[in-house]
Design a protein around this ligand. Structure first.
Ligand SMILES: Cc1cc2nc3c(=O)[nH]c(=O)nc-3n(C[C@H](O)[C@H](O)[C@H](O)COP(=O)(O)OP(=O)(O)OC[C@H]3O[C@@H](n4cnc5c(N)ncnc54)[C@H](O)[C@@H]3O)c2cc1C
Length: 398
């Protein structure tokens, strides 16, 4: 039988300490949140199943408002130090140039994004490798238990577990399907079929016919590899999807024949990664002592590239405004935490992402005169803007 000293020893070994914030999930959301909070001097525990984030087909580009959010929070340089800048993108449709966009974007595999971020975590962050098996949130102190028996406590839990559902369900937080299998994403490496290299950093080929249900193919550099992402609104049992795996070039040219002019007889030089993307949102998320960020709160469609924008907005407002405020007063009840979910910037960003996902799908697969006219006008407007830009004196002088 164990005596009291043995029991006390075991408890000391399994109790890992008390923190201001325990972040469960060390993907993009959890790691950036840990970084911002630790820089502000808070005691942070970051817990993830994997010591090194495994190979995973997720976001492979940093773009748009993500750049300004990262820059604002002094995260951009860390993140893109190993990334490949994308400066110009040739946008095409039906074998014609729509426009040549000058952009600030960066190509980088998801696992490398997380490695860069984790590598820059301040030493004060207690990074623990293990699976969190149980959470016991209360109004003041939250308890976190790992499956190997370790335990810790914190004033607040940030749940950043992405698509993982176990902990959310244990807390009574339900996931509501907005649309099952909303889109399909494919990722693969290519070598293009023309002799000379691309003269632009990236290219996109947009869907040519609503019947094909293909949104766009995007080709961009990651290191010295040309990476391709293709987004479609198809059923996974669709024969074309099987063809994409067996004979990707012909499958792509059967739906994007105009892309041949720009990519020639390209070859696929890697396996084809494929993801089915469900649009989900959570219910009953307002709980004592725990807040949700990123995909744990809501998922987005990869075709519109808003997952990281939403996640960075969550992290930005949570770590810069709400958590410092919450920790400065006693208690951590749900009434206090409601302010984060009611934040105008968060709501607007989540709604923008949801609207964009619906719009892209509808405007890609919409049939009939109205949608045909809409697509025609959209690309014509972009082409005209591009011509005007090219004719402008500043551009001609350059
Ligand atoms: C194919 C694809 C392409 C995409 N492309 C884009 C794009 O171009 N642009 C864009 O903005 N977004 C894109 N996204 C969306 C973006 O990748 C996600 O929104 C983002 O990665 C979510 O990050 P997260 O931190 O919420 O979750 P994750 O990065 O999934 O992190 C969750 C972490 O939680 C850990 N975890 C889970 N359960 C536990 C547990 N019980 N205990 C401990 N740890 C746990 C996991 O190990 C993991 O590390 C894409 C998504 C997909 C699928």
């Amino acid at each position: 039988m164990k005596n009291l000293t043995d029991i006390a020893d075991e408890t000391a070994k399994t109790f890992c300490g008390h923190f201001d914030v325990a972040i469960v999930g060390g993907g993009f959301g959890g790691t950036t949140a840990a970084m911002l909070l630790a820089r502000k001097g808070f005691r942070v525990a970051l817990i993830d199943v994997h010591a090194v984030y495994p190979t995973d087909f997720r976001a492979e580009k940093i773009a748009g408002d993500q750049i300004s959010l990262l820059r604002k929070n002094d995260l951009l340089e860390t993140l893109v130090s190993g990334a490949t800048p994308v400066g110009t993108i040739l946008n095409t449709r039906k074998g014609r140039v729509v426009d040549l966009a000058e952009v600030e974007e960066y190509g980088l595999l998801y696992e490398d994004m997380i490695a860069s971020l984790r590598g820059a975590l301040p030493p004060s962050v207690a990074f623990m490798v293990g699976r969190v098996s149980d959470l016991r949130p209360e109004r003041d102190v939250q308890h976190v238990r790992l499956s190997d028996g370790r335990e810790l406590s914190a004033r607040l839990i940030v749940l950043a577990t992405g698509l993982g559902d176990v902990l959310r369900r244990k807390l009574g937080i339900e996931r509501n399907m907005v649309r099952d299998a909303h889109s399909l994403a494919f990722g693969f490496n290519i070598e293009h079929g023309h002799d000379q290299a691309f003269e632009f950093s990236g290219m996109s080929a947009y869907g040519e016919d609503a019947a094909h249900r293909v949104d766009y193919l995007s080709v961009f550099p990651i290191g010295n590899v040309l990476r391709a992402n293709l987004f479609a609104y198809r059923d996974i049992r669709d024969p074309w999807v099987q063809e994409m795996k067996k004979n990707p070039r012909e499958a792509i040219y059967s739906v994007l024949p105009g892309a041949r002019r720009f990519l020639g007889d390209f070859t696929v030089t890697s396996k084809i990664d494929m993801r089915v993307n469900d649009l989900m949102q959570t219910e009953h998320f307002l709980q004592d002592g725990v807040v949700l960020i990123g995909d744990a709160f809501r998922t987005s469609c990869p075709a519109v590239g808003t997952g990281l924008s939403r996640l960075l907005t969550d992290v930005d407002i949570l770590c810069n405004i709400y958590i410092p405020d919450w920790l400065s007063t006693p208690g951590m009840d749900r009434l206090k935490l409601a302010a984060y979910y009611e934040d105008e910037a968060k709501i607007a960003c989540d709604e923008r992402a949801a609207d964009a996902a619906e719009y892209r799908r509808a405007s890609t697969i919409g049939r009939g005169v109205r949608w045909e006219a809409h697509r025609g006008q959209h690309y014509l407007r972009r082409q005209m803007r591009n011509w005007i830009r090219q004719l402008s004196p500043r551009k001609r002088a350059a």
